[in-house]
Ligand binder design. Structure first.
Ligand code: NAI
Ligand code: MG
Length: 355
């Protein structure tokens, strides 16, 4: 019997709704598998914690998380707290403090879900976006001077290091190598950004030589939006910088039907620290408390967590249950259904028990 210690951080908005659903599903899955157990500890960190303590998580937060096998994260963001405080106070310190440099975002059209692309069916769009998660445009490097004066200046400096770029390229090529098509697209903007991005391209070409069996090509990020929309079937694994992949993966989520189904994994490939698994979406103020949040992204990221823990069978069982439930049309309103979070969760649990 394997016992996995999971740190749940549901945080804000619909975060608690979808993470509670995910935890319920994980327990049902463990029961069905018979050889594993999840010990889930829930941390009440986030914007409410901030309002009473002045910080999003305690100072020794990372220390408390270190002992866990994985982190299961909801969303941060509250209407009455500035977004840069919530993001830099909780999610980014975990990603950066635990050097979760590979952000892995699978996207595909699930059965029963309608893509806004007229010709797309399940299979047309089956991608994994690998996002550099430790530096680039979100390195936090920059500053403000002469605040409030007419000559005020703000800088936001993108940082690209040889170490950072090499390790994300290796991760992406290795991942592409494990997928049937062995196809990688490197996203860049080296026409306009002629320093860091040119180095990015050079390192991609160097790393490519280590993977002769992987076909790869290069796309400028603006042209990439066109290719994703018009020729989704021409893409498989994609690697991009922190900013580029942030934007492209929202597009990917939308093309696959809804942000509510898009998962993401923040991985420390060297396994020095726990990795963190979360839905891509945020707090979704407009539907918080209504009980209609789509839990599929949270289930899918739980499957990513299981894969990372080496529980490939359990991950596959969870994903087939999710796909079966979508195919039956038991879906939340964001993807055209009439079911609520509870009903989708119960249906997935049933499918796990019967599958
Ligand atoms: P959002 O992802 O919260 O919502 C965008 C739209 O998608 C909304 O209409 C929402 O109802 C819908 N949506 C999102 N997830 C859904 C789900 N599971 N089921 C059904 N519909 C869903 O993005 P928005 O509105 O830009 O940001 C709201 C707050 O969340 C902000 O404070 C923002 O900073 C934060 N945020 C946090 C993220 C994180 O914690 N990783 C990621 C994105 C935003
Ligand atoms: Mg984003």
């Amino acid at each position: 019997m394997k016992d996995y210690a999971i740190a749940a951080i549901p945080a804000d908005g619909i975060g608690p709704e979808v993470i509670n659903a995910g935890v319920e599903v994980l327990h049902a899955l463990a029961e069905r598998q018979g050889n594993m157990r999840f010990s889930v500890h829930t941390f009440e960190w986030g914007s409410d914690y901030y309002k009473s303590h002045g910080v999003m998580m305690p100072e020794d937060g990372l220390e408390q998380l270190k002992a866990f096998d994985a982190i299961y994260f909801g969303a941060v963001g509250a209407p009455d707290v500035p977004d840069h405080i919530t993001l830099w106070g909780l999610r980014l310190p975990i990603c950066q403090g635990f050097d979760q440099y590979a952000n892995v975002r699978p996207t595909k059209i699930l059965p029963g879900i309608q893509s806004p692309l007229r010709k797309a069916v399940p299979g047309t769009l089956d991608w994994v976006i690998v996002r550099e998660n430790s530096e680039g445009e979100y390195s936090g490097n920059g500053g403000r001077a002469h605040r409030g004066l007419p000559e005020e200046v703000g800088t936001e400096v993108a940082i690209f290091t040889r170490t950072g770029v090499t390790r994300i390229m290796r991760y992406a090529f290795r991942l592409a190598q494990t997928r049937p098509r062995k196809l990688l697209t490197v996203v860049t903007k080296s026409n306009a950004q002629r320093h860091g991005m040119v180095m990015w391209d050079e390192i991609a070409a160097e790393v490519a030589r280590e993977f002769p069996d992987v076909r790869w090509d290069k796309m400028l990020v603006d042209a990439m939006t066109v290719r994703m929309t018009l020729h989704p079937e021409s893409l498989d694994t994609i690697v991009a910088t922190n900013l580029h992949a942030d934007i492209l993966s929202d597009l990917a989520g939308a093309l696959a039907g809804s942000l509510g189904v898009a998962p993401t994994a923040n991985i420390d490939p060297e396994r020095r620290f726990p990795s963190m698994f979360e839905p891509i979406h945020g707090s979704a103020f407009d539907i918080t408390g209504k009980g209609i949040a789509n839990p599929v992204a949270s289930f899918w990221t739980a499957a990513q967590m299981l894969e990372h823990l080496g529980e490939v069978d359990a991950a596959a069982r969870l994903m087939s249950a999710v796909e079966a439930v979508c195919a039956q049309g038991i879906m939340t309103p964001d993807v055209g259904g009439t079911a609520n979070t509870r009903e989708v969760t119960q249906a997935v649990i049933r499918a796990i028990r019967e599958g």
